[in-house]
Design a protein. Structure first.
Lengths: 262, 516
């Protein structure tokens, strides 16, 4: 099935009563690609993400996952194949770190030895020492550690597809930076296909192979970061791109100041 | 006291049986129902509303209402399906207690599940759990502390309320309390209360241990609490079936809720044991009509009734009653149609009467009820729980035009205190009450004969009469053996002398047997 996109949205719409949250959206995510959905609150980016793993069902249109209509796959089967992570993480407080990571493998019916090996492998992958963290409780972890466990849990079932909804949103800048770097490394190592929702322009530019800008449920522009910066489709995109541009210019200017060089 | 303590194992076991079965039934019914409510929000209003309504019914009334309800249901099931339901004893008590335990568990199950963080539901769904897996692996474990809190509340309520199942014929620690209050045995009341409280605390702590063990993963605690709880269930289960499987079924003697009934029930029991060598069991503290219904339903074999009660309350006759013999004959005929045998008239009458402080009656110049009519608007009357609802009271009110200033209902054992303290001026008295002679209380004459005669009669079911002819013969031999003075003396020995009904009745049995 080479060539068929990992995720495909065809004319997808979602209505809540008279309010249209996602409006005739079509896009494709290629295998191994990281597509970032960028937009303000109410732009429909989270809804779009949840349409993929059927946490939300579309009012119209069709979602295809690895070439198969998502409606033909039972929701729980679909979700076991697609990793899902979000800002609140949602680690189960009554389960240890290892048990949280083991949820999907156990749902898939793996034997105990395989589950244990997988948990250790993933904890190591997200840079948490298995020996130290396996038996910890979620409430004993820092925000960054919780996000790492959340990521490990999303990947534990062997998912090749990953849906992430502002996973680093609630973290301090230093922790966020470290996690973004870990994430990039893991994504490349495993060759994951990712749909990543954020409202942070810098994060979008750093992580996305392509960025889809959403506004009021419609796709305003879908392009690689460089093109978005050089040829914004409209004034809204241009304005969005202005902030990281100004920030980069300010950093550049600081670096060029005489006497600041060592 | 030692006599009371000897009863403790039996009452405690019976109480445990009631509480444990009702608690398990309540939990098994309300946890799934609570889960269903969280799945179908339309159910929440009706289900929780209904459970709340049940909770607002006073527990005693809920228990009492189970008796006629089950009797009606039993008539239906026995006619249609051939299934006999017992309308007194364990079944009504367990049903009522189960209903009583529903609300706290139901409400806590619903709020426990609804209180689960939405982020955790989303995570559970997003990881690929089915609805059932989300419930079993995430929602129920997280709601567990709240649900268990509900079960603990229910456990304490049920253990407490189970003391009220005595009047519907289920043995419980309430037997200490009901009979203790009647026979002015404070130690027995205290024993019943303390044992019930200790049981409630023990059960509560066991369930708490179970939850802590489960939640904190403390295997030792979990195993200990679970073991203790299972042992309790096993013990009560075994004793229940052991009780049922006993070789000879004892003759069950009913007693209503006052001293004379306790004494007479013990008398019948002792007499049957000695004279007919039959095993016996006294079913204590039945409500007045509960006793009659129980006899008709074959759930007790015999008890002592009064002709006037049958005449006025059951046959619903009003107006002036014919003479004593004629009432007895008509009552006998009426009962025979209902397959009940009058085994013997014991020889004394215990009628309702109006009593006053002697000094007061003399000062006011009152000797007959007719004299009372004029002065009644200045006076307050006290009656036992059923007096003002009885046909006799209506007959008195109408027949003499009585209109009292105030009317107070109280426990019969407290009426004499209330009269002596001047809190009421007139009381509904029994003519055999031992306290009449002891205190300065005079009875006003019913000169118009409004109150029917109240001969004490021993009623037995036809089933008993057929199965245990020797028992029936023994009961017949009691005819005319107790006079009013003797009954007054025995009542006073219990009410005023602090002796137990069993002792007093035992003496009479020995005396009657010796006299032959």
């Amino acid at each position: 099935m080479t060539g068929s996109p990992a995720i495909e949205l065809l004319e997808v719409s979602k209505d809540y009563g008279a309010r249209r949250v996602v409006d005739g959206l079509s896009l494709e995510v290629a295998t191994g690609e990281c597509l970032v959905l960028l937009g303000g609150s109410g732009s429909g980016k989270t809804t779009t993400l949840k349409l993929v793993n059927r946490l939300i069902e579309p009012s119209a249109g069709c979602v295809r996952v690895e070439g198969v209509d998502a409606r033909e796959i039972a929701p729980h089967w679909l979700r076991r194949r697609i990793g899902y992570g979000f800002q609140q993480v949602g680690l189960f407080p009554h389960l240890t770190v290892a048990e949280n990571v083991a949820v999907t493998p156990e749902l898939l019916g793996w034997d105990a030895a395989r589950v244990r090996a997988r948990v250790d492998e993933l904890l190591a992958l997200v840079e948490l020492s298995p020996a130290e963290f396996r038996t910890r409780w979620p409430h004993e972890l820092s925000g960054g550690q919780q996000q790492r466990v959340g990521l490990a849990r999303a990947l534990a079932g062997g998912a090749r597809l990953l849906l992430l909804d502002e996973p680093f949103g609630a973290l301090d800048p230093a922790t966020r930076d470290r996690l973004q770097q870990s994430f990039q490394r893991i994504r490349r190592e495993l060759g994951l296909t990712v749909m990543f929702v954020t409202h942070d322009m810098t994060e979008a530019l750093l992580l996305g192979d392509r960025i889809g800008v959403l506004r009021e449920g419609r796709l305003v522009q879908l392009a690689p970061p460089a093109e978005l910066l050089r040829r914004p489709a409209d004034a809204y995109v241009a304005e969005l791109m202005d902030a990281p541009r100004r920030w980069a210019a300010a950093v550049e200017a600081l670096l060029r100041q005489p006497g600041s060089a060592p | 006291m030692s006599e009371q303590l000897a009863l403790l194992p039996e009452y405690l076991t019976a109480h445990l049986q009631l509480a444990l079965v009702a608690l398990a039934a309540a939990a098994l019914a309300s946890i799934p129902l609570g889960v269903a409510v969280t799945r179908r929000r339309a159910l929440e209003g009706p289900v929780l509303g209904l459970a709340s309504v049940v909770q607002t019914i006073p527990s005693l009334a809920l228990l009492a209402v189970m008796v006629p309800a089950l009797a009606a249901l039993g008539a239906l099931t026995s006619a249609r399906l051939g299934i006999e339901l017992s309308s007194i004893g364990y079944l009504p008590a367990i049903l009522a207690l189960t209903l009583y335990g529903l609300l706290p568990i139901l409400r806590n199950t619903v709020s426990g599940i609804e209180g689960v963080d939405p982020a955790l539901r989303e995570a559970a769904a997003g990881l690929g759990m089915t609805g059932r897996q989300q419930l079993l692996r995430v929602e129920l474990p997280l709601a567990l502390p709240v649900i268990v809190a509900g079960v603990r509340t229910a456990a304490v309520w049920i253990v407490g309320t189970a003391t009220l199942s005595t009047p519907v014929g289920a043995t419980s620690l309430g037997n200490f309390i009901f009979s203790g209050l009647q026979t002015r045995n404070g130690a027995a009341v205290l024993l019943g209360c303390a044992a019930a409280a200790a049981l409630a605390i023990a059960l509560d702590q066991l369930i708490r241990g179970l939850e802590l063990g489960l939640r904190r993963r403390r295997r030792g605690l979990l195993a200990a609490s679970l073991g203790a709880l299972l042992a309790l269930y096993a013990f009560t289960g075994l004793s229940f079936f052991a009780g049922r499987a006993g070789a000879a079924r004892p003759v069950r003697i009913g007693a209503k809720t006052f001293t004379e009934q306790y004494v007479l029930a013990e008398l019948l029991a002792g007499w049957l044991r000695e004279e007919a060598a039959l095993p016996t069991r006294v079913v204590h503290s039945l409500g007045s009509t509960v006793a009659f219904d129980a006899l008709r339903a074959g759930q007790i074999d015999a008890y002592v009734e009064y002709t006037g009660t049958v005449w006025a309350t059951l046959m619903k006759r009003d107006g002036a009653a014919p003479p004593r013999d004629q009432v007895l004959a008509e009552v006998e005929r009426w009962l025979a149609e209902r397959r009940i045998v009058v085994a013997a008239a014991l020889g004394f009458e215990n009628s309702y009467a109006l009593g006053m402080r002697g000094a007061d009656a003399r000062a006011r110049g009152l000797r007959r009820i007719g004299d009372l009519a004029r002065q009644s608007p200045e006076l307050a009357i006290g009656g036992d729980f059923e007096f003002f609802a009885r046909a006799e009271w209506t007959a008195l009110e109408r027949g003499y035009g009585l209109a009292f200033r105030a009317r107070r209902t109280m426990d019969p054992s407290l009426m004499y205190q209330a009269l002596a303290a001047g809190e009421v001026d007139v009381i509904s008295a029994y003519s055999t009450d031992g306290r009449l002679a002891a205190g300065d209380v005079v009875l006003l004459e019913d000169e118009r004969g409004v109150i029917p005669p109240y001969d004490a009669i021993v009623l037995a079911s036809e089933g008993f009469a057929a199965e245990r002819p020797a028992g029936l013969a023994a009961l017949r031999a009691l005819a005319g053996r107790i006079d009013r003075t003797r009954m007054q003396r025995m009542n006073f020995a219990v009410d005023g002398g602090g002796r137990s009904p069993g002792e007093v009745a035992g003496e009479l049995v020995a005396e009657l047997r010796g006299r032959r």
